[in-house]
Design a protein around this ligand. Sequence first.
Ligand code: BGC
Length: 356
Amino acid sequence: MKRKLLSLVCAVTMVASLLVGCGGATETADTGSADSGEAASTEASGDYADMKVGVCIYQFSDNFMTLFRNELQSYLISQGFAEGNISIVDGANDQATQTGQIDNFIASGVDVLIVNLVNSSSAPTITDKVVAAGIPLVYINREPDAEEEARWSENGWNVTYVGCDARQSGTMQGEMIVDVGLDKLDMNGNGKVDYIMIEGDPENVDAQYRTEFSVKALTDAGLEVNELADEVANWDQAQAQEKVQNALGMHGNDIEVVFCNNDAMALGALQSIQAAGRTVNEDIYLVGVDALTEVLEDVIAGTITGTVFNDHIAQSHSAADAAIKFATGGTNEYYIGCDYVKVTTENAQEVLDSLK
Ligand code: BGC
């Protein structure tokens, strides 16, 4: 089933953009995380059995990156990597820790690195040291800026970025709210859509674009908007729960829409909305991004208005495929994209089934 949705997404994506690596998707059992130093427990049989890959994740406790890394590990194993040669480490949301982990991977002589930066602004430093060591580099999820990406092509370095264009996810969030219609949205009758924005890490381009483009979709559709609060909750459920609780305390029934940059924060928002005696899709609307299982269930139940599927399957497979290509002497595009998918009550069950 996973493959069914993936091939659908890929068919669309391959026409629309230069997506690399969707082909050959293989379903594998979820093997959980392999922390650095874990003993080899699986004998690999493919051509890549001796290849070593280092994977740096910005923070293991991030819900979305957990789905991503588990799928990445399963897929690498399905391609013939030995489990013991895949080292996945937790940056604990600290760039100094992550930079030290990268130094260790360089010293141990990995064949390729896959890096989910803690701070995107550290990319130039990381790129310089990894390139100097002659190791190919695949950045995932947190996109370095355009100036940094330009260096890769100018110098012909074996460095690429795999991710989705967050503008698309923001636009889809906004469109789902537009589709509700002003009549239903404008409960306080001021002629505007009154919203609060709950942001992820503000340094992260995904947070910046989702914040900007969700609201832009409303104004592009001719709706007037009124921002009641814009709070940072760092992609985190508990922080979002607190921020939304405060906003509800301050603005009460004037809040008509809650935009969350991701689903973990939408779950936190939902807790506070329910605690305040409000009812999603009746007297308040709530959208997230990622399509976490819990949120898909909420969309089906009508307790979250909608979400956007952030395709961790296509992204992790593309990242692995790019890493394999580099490590076997090939080259990659400098940007490898993937499409988001809008998720409403109409298709939430289908998306959920495809992820099982
Ligand atoms: C996801 C978030 C996640 C973040 C990590 C985003 O693309 O939507 O859920 O926390 O990446 O960088």
